[in-house]
Design a protein around this ligand. Structure first.
Ligand code: PEP
Ligand code: MG
Length: 570
């Protein structure tokens, strides 16, 4: 038995055997061979096995994520059937008497280099496809397992160094009972997605991959952040009981699904949800969400081989708006970069991607991409209560520029005779400290603020949100953060605007009373946090909490803040 402590990233308890998700060792030796026909046969066997796996993954992805996301696998299948790639590999085996591994590697690399350097974006995408599929074929030649989360068909807990958002999107809830990783924090996007998929997760254990062997039993406690490898029978029993208790607790919370969110004196607070895809809306409605406070549209752009079209986007946005009826839906424009990559845009590698070319910075430069999204949003606006916000705004000029592009697109659509809703609110994320500091100036021009604490904390504390080694500095309750938040709320209210929060802090049990006291208007969180938050808020007095405001803001440390608020709310 080994016990590790990590960061509780998605609540619930998982008990199952370990499935290691790791890139296999694909090193090989280049050998001279004397039976080229045999090598060619091995090559074709590896190609066939890879094809049938890709077919399965494609089908699975189609079912779970829709046709667009499955497209990338069609592209991969095409590569594997392309005689222009396969024939030269065969020729090389025969002409040079080398093994299939060497012939595959050298031929594929030649094409990858050639395509990568082309001006044509389509060809550059092909380079990425070849790179991806040759890894799979190579694994089969070497007889090593190539892990495919989408193909898992028994109950497991995934153990990995890290999970990318696209790995996470492939997980099948029916079989993947939980996951645990070496790296990552509560606000890394895989953790955020685990919460929307309702899969228990513990991240940032530092070394689970060196402790958990394949097929061994493992317990992941996403409530407290504990991971137990090879548990005793007694521990399994204890955690099974915890599972039952957690289910009971969920049933208790569910009783408030259709109740309003009100404080003890009857003040209404808006509790809305963060989503990544139209499919997440079901979870929002099941958990009694009063709207969508953050729709992270970048997932529409990920796990594909090309940009989504205006029509695809229009369909996705309309679907969310229609499902939410009159309830507000705040859609955030493309926030790519950081830990969310788009291979097909072929952006240069950066030393500090979280401080780099991303989100609104990229959209303002690549306004061809931005305009397509804005048109899709504007057209969809007639189907519900749409609000638009821009991510990663640092300066007023950026906000003005983004808004001006939006207005241009609105005018074009109107001239084309297309209908657009009249009263779309346009706001911004406050996640760069510079904007929180001069929120008063911004408040005159925006319709609303949504505070993105996931980034605001990392930028204010200079502590990478993904890095478990500095997670001690990632302090939501630090008075520096609370003062910035207060500044934003006061600035909004002074101009008669509203201030919400869509960072993970909005659903945090300790933060909720503090934020309520500061006067936050809207709390947007993972759907599964809504009912616990509603339960909590019903027992809180906003008036009383507001009276602690000055004292909280003048505390010296996060610990003092926590101690104070716990004492006052218990
Ligand atoms: C944030 O930064 O708080 C936020 C909500 O955006 P994301 O987590 O997508 O960066
Ligand atoms: Mg952010």
């Amino acid at each position: 038995m080994t016990q590790l402590q990590g960061i509780a990233a998605s609540s619930g308890i998982a008990i199952a055997k370990v499935y290691r998700l790791e890139t296999p060792d694909l090193t090989f030796s280049k050998d001279k061979i004397d039976q080229p026909d045999h090598e060619v046969k091995r090559l074709h066997e590896a190609l066939e096995t890879s094809k049938s796996e890709l077919e399965k993954i494609k089908e699975h992805t189609k079912k779970s994520l829709g046709d667009e996301h499955a497209e990338i696998f069609s592209a991969h299948l095409l590569v594997l059937s392309d005689p222009e790639l396969i024939q030269p590999i065969e020729d090389k085996i025969k002409a040079e008497n080398v093994n299939a591994e060497a012939a595959l590697h050298e031929t594929a690399n030649m094409f990858i280099d050639m395509f990568k350097n082309m001006d044509n974006e389509y060809m550059r995408e092909r380079a990425a496809d070849i790179q991806d599929v040759t890894k799979r074929v190579m694994a089969h030649l070497l007889n090593v397992t190539f892990p495919d989360p989408a193909l898992i068909n028994e109950e497991v807990v995934i153990v990995a160094d890290d999970l990318t958002p696209s790995d996470t999107a492939q997980l099948n809830k029916q079989y993947v009972k939980g996951f645990t990783t070496d790296i990552g924090g509560r606000t890394s996007h895989s953790a955020i997605m685990a919460r929307s998929l309702e899969i228990p997760a513990v991240v940032g254990t530092k070394n689970i991959t060196s402790q958990a062997e394949k097929d061994v039993m493992i317990i992941v406690d996403g409530i407290n952040g504990d991971v137990i490898v090879d548990p005793t029978d007694e521990q399994v029993e204890t955690y099974k009981q915890k599972q039952v208790d957690f289910e009971k607790q969920k049933q208790e919370w569910a009783k408030l699904k259709d109740e309003p969110t009100v404080t003890s004196e009857g003040d209404h607070v808006e509790l809305v949800a963060n989503i990544g895809t139209p499919d997440d809306v079901e979870g929002v409605l099941n958990n009694g969400g009063e709207g969508v406070g953050l729709y992270r549209t970048e997932f529409l752009y990920m796990g594909k081989s090309q940009l989504p079209t205006e029509e695809e986007q229009y369909d996705a946005y309309s679907s969310v708006l229609k499902q939410m009826g009159d309830n507000p839906v705040v859609v955030r424009t493309l926030d790519i970069g950081g830990d969310k990559e788009l291979d097909y845009l072929d952006l240069p590698d950066e030393m500090n991607p979280f401080l780099g070319y991303r989100a609104i910075r990229l959209c303002l430069e690549r306004d061809d991409i931005f305009r397509v999204q804005l048109r899709a949003l504007l057209r969809a606006s007639v189907h519900g209560n749409l609000k638009i916000m821009f991510p990663m705004i640092a300066t007023l000029e950026e906000f003005r520029q983004a808004k001006a592009i939006l207005e241009e697109e609105r005018e074009k659509l109107t001239n084309e005779g297309k209908e657009v809703a009249e009263d779309i609110e346009v706001g911004m994320m406050v996640e760069i400290p510079a904007t929180a500091v001069i929120a008063r100036q911004f408040a005159k021009e925006v319709d609303f603020f949504s505070i993105g604490t996931n980034d605001l904390i990392q930028y204010t504390m200079a502590a990478d949100r993904m890095n478990e080694r500095v997670s001690y500095l990632y302090q939501p309750y630090n008075p520096a953060i609370l003062n910035l938040i207060n500044n934003v709320i006061e600035a909004a209210h002074a101009e008669g605007k509203w201030a919400g929060m869509c960072g993970e802090m909005a659903g945090d049990e300790i933060a909720i009373p503090i934020l309520l006291g500061l006067g936050l208007d809207e709390f947007s969180m993972s759907a599964t946090s809504i009912l616990p938050a509603r339960t909590q808020i019903r027992n809180l007095s906003k008036k009383e909490l507001a009276s602690y405001k000055e004292e909280i803001l003048s505390k010296g440390t996060a610990e003092e803040v926590v101690e104070f608020i716990k004492e006052k709310t218990q």
